[in-house]
Design a protein around this ligand. Structure first.
Ligand code: G3P
Ligand code: MG
Length: 248
């Protein structure tokens, strides 16, 4: 089975994470999918930003949840990365989906509900995905299992993935018990046994964040379902190389 390559926060080594340039570069690189993080503004607009706090990736301060989108839209979300991105702003989920719906790619929406449990975020995100007709190629992930269960209550056919960096006994069984179709784990949790157990549970296994060639190779040779990488162009190159070698 071919391991699918998801651009983690877009092609986030080449452009500021979770911004339109990073997503467009992921598409241009030929990534199979995009992973992005969603938080809610004060006026309940889903926006794509990894941290709850604005400090690291914008010129703002304080928390996303304390600003309206109109206020956040004025922030510079690119200069922290490089001066050439000084006109880049925080994008809403809807604006992203308007672009994404025409791209032949998969989507992983990570609900950032592990620190702040944004009220209604599941319903709000679900309605956006439905509006843009992308539900079938989207998987919703979260470190918060209650959030995933709430998603399933809204629509049992939406794909969900339990996200974790913690080694836990019977992790695949746990993911199944909360109705997930997939498990997304940190790279250091990956071994043969986990791959086998996920297969047994009929769970897709995807690994984050895979930036080193040696880890890419491990993922490809174990045949995991997908990887999340900041460098999709490199991951594709290594995957092609790996497949060529294997078929020799
Ligand atoms: O969804 C995989 C990965 O993005 C989870 O961790 O902190 O990069 O959002 P983080
Ligand atoms: Mg993420």
């Amino acid at each position: 089975m071919k391991t699918l390559i998801y651009a983690h926060r877009g092609a986030s080594k080449l452009a500021p994470e979770n911004t339109m340039p990073a997503f467009e570069l992921a598409r241009a690189a030929g990534a199979d999918g995009i992973e992005t993080d969603v938080q809610l503004t004060k006026d309940q607009v889903p926006v794509l930003i990894h941290d709850e706090n604005l400090r690291r990736t914008t010129n703002g301060t304080g928390f996303v949840q304390d600003y309206t989108y109109a206020q956040l839209r004025l922030l510079d979300a690119g200069s922290w990365f490089s001066s050439e991105f000084s006109d880049i702003y925080i994008v809403t989920l809807d604006e992203f989906l308007r672009w994404f719906r025409d791209q032949p790619m998969f989507l992983n929406i990570e609900l950032k509900t592990n620190v702040i449990e944004y009220k209604n975020i599941e319903r709000i995100v679900y309605e956006s995905l439905k509006r843009y007709h992308v539900l079938e190629r989207t998987v919703i992930s979260s470190f918060n299992s209650d959030s995933l269960l709430r998603m399933k209550e809204i629509n049992p056919s939406i794909q969900t993935a339990f996200l974790t960096s913690t080694k836990m006994r019977k992790l695949p069984q746990y993911a199944r018990s909360i109705q997930c179709e997939a498990l997304h784990v940190k790279h250091r949790l990956l071994d043969k046994k986990l791959v086998k157990r996920c297969r047994k549970e009929k769970l897709d296994l995807r690994i984050y964040t895979v930036n080193r060639p040696s880890m890419m190779k491990k993922c490809y040779s174990l045949g995991v379902s997908g990887i999340f990488t900041d460098v999709p162009h490199q991951a594709i190159e290594y995957r092609d190389l790996f497949r060529k070698r294997r078929n020799r």
